[in-house]
Design a protein around this ligand. Sequence first.
Ligand code: AMP
Length: 206
Amino acid sequence: MAEAYGPAPIRSICVFCGANPGTHPRHVAAATATGTTLAERGIRVVYGGGRLGLMGAVADAALAAGGEVVGVIPRGLVDRELAHPGLSELRIVETLHERKAQMADLADAFVTLPGGLGTLEELAEVLSWAQLDLHAKPIGLLDVGGYFSALEAFLDRAVAEGFVAERHRRLLLRDDDLDELLARFGAWEPPTGRFARPRPVDRPTT
Ligand code: AMP
């Protein structure tokens, strides 16, 4: 059988986003569109398991479109964040660290929507893990209404001032359109490192 090269198919996406809905209606609209699109494409949604805010909007929309949605929530947050009662699967874990680890393991890629400190922390973790070659999964920023422009500017400055390598800066794929972001995921190759997939030119000549 011919060996397959190039990006692995994306069957499962982890969505990081706010537990609040935000003040502008475009945020809930983008979260709803994200859930619908992922479900329609047959991509499983993995997220934090809550039913509030953008998290709930993504899950509700994906479920309404017939999609599979897996939530991962720490026991201590089941009541506080109101665990979603209608998910395909709700995994209850003990800690926030376990939550992130399971979410990352269950996903082939990550999409970050607008959110607050939790969202920022989750995004920073998967980016820094990619930088260390601990995973090789594409990471996207859905920049709804320019919400993340200050974060983008910070990352550019971190490159300019020598704290982030240009190739690591490129780990974060930004777009304001989910379909574009997904298309870029499909073509994405990890920069270097032990997870870099072999290219045809690297094949051993036996
Ligand atoms: P926020 O962006 O602050 O609305 O938070 C979004 C989600 O991130 C919520 O489900 C939070 O429980 C979650 N969260 C916050 N901090 C962490 C953390 N350190 N590790 C994992 N999840 C977190």
